[in-house]
Design a protein around this ligand. Structure first.
Ligand SMILES: NC(=O)c1ccc[n+]([C@@H]2O[C@H](COP(=O)([O-])OP(=O)(O)OC[C@H]3O[C@@H](n4cnc5c(N)ncnc54)[C@H](O)[C@@H]3O)[C@@H](O)[C@H]2O)c1
Length: 316
C-alpha cells in the first residue's frame, strides 16, 4: 500500500512511519518543520527513516503545497500534522487556525477529490474539556474544549463530518496524552525526564492531583494503523492507554526508576489545563480489535532510557 503521513517528523508521526514501513508499506512523509520545538529534534526523529528505501520525505507546508500529486498516489492518508500544545494556543491563534483548520480542510478536500480510500487523522482528548462524567465516551460525552487548541480540534471534527457527508471515508482519533521516546519537549513527562538528567527544574502546575489517561506511543500508533486497515471503521475513536495516573504518581514512579528526586518548582494551575482525562475505549476494542499493551511504569522506563541516551549524546 502507498501511504501519505503528514507531520512525519513529529513525535507520533515518526513512530507511525516506522511502523508502516515495518508492515511493508511505501511511505511518503510531509512536514514543514515548524519551530514549536527545535528542528534538530525533528531531524533526529527521522534518523531511522532516512535509511529506509521505502520512505520519501517532502518538506512542505500543508497550508499552501499542491496536495494533488501527493494525495493522488496514496491509498491512505494519515494526517497528524498540527500545531499542538494547549498553553501556547491562548496566543498565536493564527498559527493554530492555519496548521489545524486550514491544513486539515485542504487534506480532506484533496483526498475527496482524488479518490483516496481513507483519511485517518488526529483529533484530541482536549475536545472533552472538564467532563461531567468519566470515562468519556465518543458520541455520548458532550464536547466542551477549554483551550483554543481544543476548539480547533473540535472544529476539525465538524469539518470531517462535512467531508464524510460528501463521501470521504475518514476516521478521527482522540488521542489521550501520548508519551514515550521522542515525546515533544513541551510535554510534562519529557520535562520530568529531562529534569532528572540535569535539565530545567520541573514546573509543577497545581497540586499534582490532576490525572491523565496516558497512552504509550506504540499503542497510539497501533490504533492509528488499524483505522487505516479496518474495512468499516466508525468515524471517531478514543485512544487512551487505559491506566489513568496522577502527576504525583508519575513523579513518584520516575523518581523510583531513576533512584533520585526530581527538582520541582510549584506554580498555580494553568489556564486550559483540565483536571482529569479518562477514555472509554470500548469502541476501539470492539470494532478495531485494539487494546493498549504498555502500562505507565514500563512506558516511563522507555522514555527515561531515551532521554538519558539523548542527554549523554546530545544533538545540534
Ligand atoms: N502528543 C499527544 O499527546 C497528542 C494528544 C492529542 C492529540 N495529538 C495530535 O497528534 C498529532 C501529532 O502530535 P505530536 O505530539 O506528534 O506533535 P508534533 O508537534 O511532534 O508533530 C506535528 C508535526 O506537524 C508538523 N506540522 C505542523 N503544521 C504543519 C503544516 N502546516 N504543514 C506540514 N507540517 C506541519 C510539525 O512541524 C510537526 O513536526 C497532532 O495532530 C496533535 O494535535 C497529540
Amino acid at each position: 500500500m502507498h501511504v501519505l503521513v503528514t507531520g512525519c517528523a513529529g513525535f507520533i508521526g515518526s513512530h507511525l512511519c516506522e511502523r508502516l514501513i515495518a508492515d511493508g508499506h511505501r511511505v511518503v512523509g510531509i512536514d514543514a518543520f515548524r519551530d514549536y520545538y527545535p528542528r534538530p529534534d525533528k531531524e533526529l526523529n527521522l534518523t531511522q527513516l532516512a535509511l529506509e528505501d521505502k520512505f520519501d520525505m517532502v518538506e512542505a507546508d500543508l497550508v499552501d503545497v499542491d496536495l494533488a500529486p501527493l494525495v493522488r498516489d496514496a491509498d491512505v492518508v494519515y494526517h497528524l500534522a498540527a500545531q499542538a500544545g494547549v498553553r501556547k494556543s491562548f496566543g498565536a491563534f493564527d498559527e493554530y487556525t492555519a496548521d489545524n483548520l486550514v491544513a486539515t480542510q485542504r487534506v480532506f478536500a484533496a483526498a475527496l477529490e482524488h479518490g483516496c480510500r481513507r483519511v485517518v487523522w488526529a483529533s484530541s482528548s482536549s475536545v472533552y474539556g472538564d467532563a461531567e462524567q468519566y470515562p468519556t465516551i465518543e458520541d455520548v460525552t458532550p464536547t466542551m474544549p477549554r483551550s483554543p487548541y481544543g476548539v480547533t480540534k473540535r472544529a476539525c471534527e465538524d469539518l470531517a463530518g462535512i467531508y464524510r457527508g460528501l463521501g470521504l471515508s475518514e476516521v478521527g482519533l482522540r488521542y489521550f496524552t501520548v508519551y514515550g521516546p521522542r515525546q515533544r519537549p513541551d510535554m510534562a513527562m519529557r520535562k520530568l525526564c529531562e529534569a532528572l538528567y540535569g535539565g530545567d527544574v520541573f514546573p509543577l502546575y497545581g497540586d499534582g492531583g490532576q490525572s491523565r489517561d496516558f497512552t504509550y506511543v506504540a499503542d497510539a500508533v497501533d490504533a492509528t494503523v488499524r483505522c487505516g486497515e479496518t474495512e468499516r471503521p466508525l468515524p471517531l475513536y478514543n485512544v487512551g492507554g487505559g491506566e489513568e495516573a496522577t502527576m504525583s504518581h508519575v513523579i513518584a514512579t520516575l523518581e523510583d526508576l531513576a533512584g533520585r528526586e526530581i527538582p520541582l518548582e510549584r506554580h498555580d494551575v494553568q489556564r486550559g489545563d483540565v483536571r482529569r482525562t479518562c477514555a472509554d475505549t470500548t469502541r476501539a476494542r470492539e470494532t478495531l480489535g485494539w487494546s493498549p499493551t504498555t502500562g505507565v511504569r514500563e512506558g516511563l522506563k522507555q522514555e527515561l532510557a531515551w532521554v538519558s541516551a539523548l542527554r549523554t549524546s546530545p544533538v545540534g
